[in-house]
Design a protein around this ligand. Structure first.
Ligand code: NAP
Length: 524
């Protein structure tokens, strides 16, 4: 079966045999994808000419209602999506829920929040400015939705959430979407798009998909398009510097990889509630989606005196996580999505091995449960690096799997220095009952981290999770993490708008103001 692409308002098959999508546990070929021979320039043109005006004819409130209907359609096919996640990604039920339910929840959140913008189709930004001696001539800033197409180039690890966390704010803002999912796990994204198209919710041209290679896609981008990329820093650099992207000043958002840290405060004692909160979160982050999360904890910064206790506590918990074929009921950790990902993870582990000792796992030949022939498994592995400041790979190698490294620190200044060695991360979490320590840490790393999650014994289990991206809060990080910003509630709509100022007669300023919603609603 070759998965069809939905471009220029019709289902189209790419030429040739295509690239196979496989089951990482059984090795079975499930489907193939191909973008060969497709007219991607025409597809983008169709989205701009047909999809954009159709969405622009609707108000923010009407578009919010469409998102709610998309969420309903996706909810009605949830079981199918879980089955596809199992087959194509080797996802356990929990892993599939993280992706699929996360997508549906994000859509519902935007559907609810977007109602606040009501009948408007643009946003008024700030107060009217006096520009003359009388009020005859004034200035007013506005945010206008862009008239192009939003192109999403996505990573393999979130085939569901990766599409909808971007599409919700884009469609809400009035921009049509063309998504190119990562090839290895494209099936789930393709099926979701198919279900939404079949349901006839969105206007023609508002949603398109191309599966397989990106080919010449970026050669046809224009100044009113946006490109939103999620994936590795290497690919990000190629996209950012694509000649057409540069020549047409196309706005690009990058969500790249990141070597995130969890930091334990020096006030914490072994076995205390706050200590346990860190241990539980590290194990959760190493095991959910088999560590294939851009936000996963990669470095665990702990006071020198607690390093042994933390290592032992994490190792004890990891030992209780059966790894293997997610079709077995006892299994809690599945495979990586492909043999290629396993090879990349083992390469990364070898690099980290130059600077680290093994606390738990690390056996490349371990036997996963009920998956004798699979070559996609990596044993959950905890490493330890005692010379953190002198190390290099620990801070710049993202092993995209169930791997984390314990790094002892001497004092708060060293903890800050170590976290900053990641050169920009999506998230850091701090576990401490000392408000001064947490405040100092937060300020010390804030300019390089899009999100800091602080936990103390009072918060306990009520926190949202180190690796969970909450749609009402910002997702993105500086430096190596790509420098992008997504979500943050209705703030996420701004990427799909451009700010301009009108300097003109009061009557025109007033007329436009009367039709706009207050941009302050985005941050309300
Ligand atoms: P990747 O290899 O960089 O690929 C990402 C996407 O880019 C895929 O759709 C890929 O298509 C496409 N691509 C590759 N080369 C391209 C080119 N020259 N022009 C246009 N598109 C191109 O990343 P991945 O292996 O799929 O994803 C894993 C990485 O993503 C991890 O490092 C992870 O940290 C990061 N990630 C970040 C976030 C975040 O929100 N910050 C979220 C998830 C994942 P093909 O698949 O067809 O090659």
């Amino acid at each position: 079966m070759k998965l069809a692409n939905y471009l220029s308002g019709r289902w189209q098959e790419g030429q040739g045999p295509g690239t196979p999508l496989t089951d990482p546990v059984t090795g079975d070929v499930l489907a193939s994808v191909s973008s060969d021979g497709l007219d991607l320039a025409a597809a983008l043109d169709h989205s701009r000419r047909v999809g954009n005006p159709a969405l622009a004819a609707l108000s923010y409130g009407e578009r919010a209602a469409l998102l709610g209907r998309i969420a309903e359609v996706l909810s009605s096919h949830r079981e199918t999506y879980f089955a596809l996640s199992l087959q194509n990604s080797g996802a356990t039920e929990g892993d599939a829920s993280f992706d699929v339910d996360g997508a549906i929840y994000t859509l519902k959140t935007y559907a609810r929040a977007g109602k606040a913008l009501g009948d408007a189709r643009h946003l008024n930004d700030g107060a009217t400015l006096p520009l003359a001696k009388t009020d005859v001539f004034q200035g007013q800033h506005y945010w206008l939705p862009l008239s192009g197409v939003a192109i999403f180039i996505n990573a393999f690890n979130f085939p569901a959430w990766g599409l909808w966390e971007k599409a919700a704010p884009a469609l809400q803002a009035g921009m049509p979407v063309l998504v190119k999912p990562a090839t290895p796990t494209a099936w789930l994204t393709q099926r979701m798009v198919e279900d939404v198209i079949k349901a006839g919710i969105l206007p023609e041209g508002a949603l398109s998909i191309v599966c397989g290679g990106a080919r010449d896609l970026l050669d046809h981008v224009e100044e009113c398009d946006v490109v939103s990329f999620t994936g590795s820093a290497d690919t990000a650099a190629r996209i950012r510097t694509h000649p057409q992207v540069v020549a047409r000043s196309v706005r690009v958002n990058i969500e790249a990889d990141s070597v995130n840290s969890a930091i334990l405060g020096p006030d914490v004692t072994a076995g205390s509630p706050t200590f346990d909160l860190l241990v539980r979160e590290v194990v959760r982050e190493m095991t959910i989606k088999t560590g294939q999360k851009c936000t996963a904890i990669r470095r665990i910064l702990v006071p020198q005196a607690l390093a042994d206790a933390v290592g032992q506590a994490i190792a004890e918990k990891l030992a209780k996580y059966p790894v293997g074929n997610p079709r077995s009921t006892e299994v809690r950790v599945g495979p990586l999505v492909s043999e290629a990902q396993r090879s990349a993870a083992l390469e990364g582990l070898a690099r980290l091995g130059e600077e680290c000792t093994v606390v738990f796992g690390g056996n490349p030949d371990f036997s996963p449960i009920d998956a004798p022939d699979s070559k996609a498994f990596v044993q959950p592995t905890l490493l330890r690096c005692d010379r953190g400041l002198a190390a290099r790979h620990v801070h710049d190698t993202e092993v995209f799997g169930p791997v984390a490294t314990l790094v002892p620190y001497q004092d708060a200044a060293e903890a800050i220095a170590l976290a900053r060695r990641g050169r920009g991360s999506l998230v850091a979490s701090v576990y401490s009952d000392d408000t001064d320590f947490t405040t100092r840490l937060t300020l010390g790393i804030a300019d390089l981290h899009g999100r800091v999650m602080a936990v103390n014994s009072e918060v306990g289990n009520q926190h949202t999770g180190h690796g969970n991206v909450v749609p009402t809060c910002l997702h993105g990080g500086g430096g190596r993490a790509g420098g992008g910003e997504e979500l943050g509630g209705l703030r996420g709509l701004l990427f799909y708008h451009r700010r301009m100022v009108l300097q003109g007669p009061k009557a025109v300023v007033d007329a436009l103001r009367a039709r706009g919603a207050d941009a302050a609603l985005l941050t309300a």
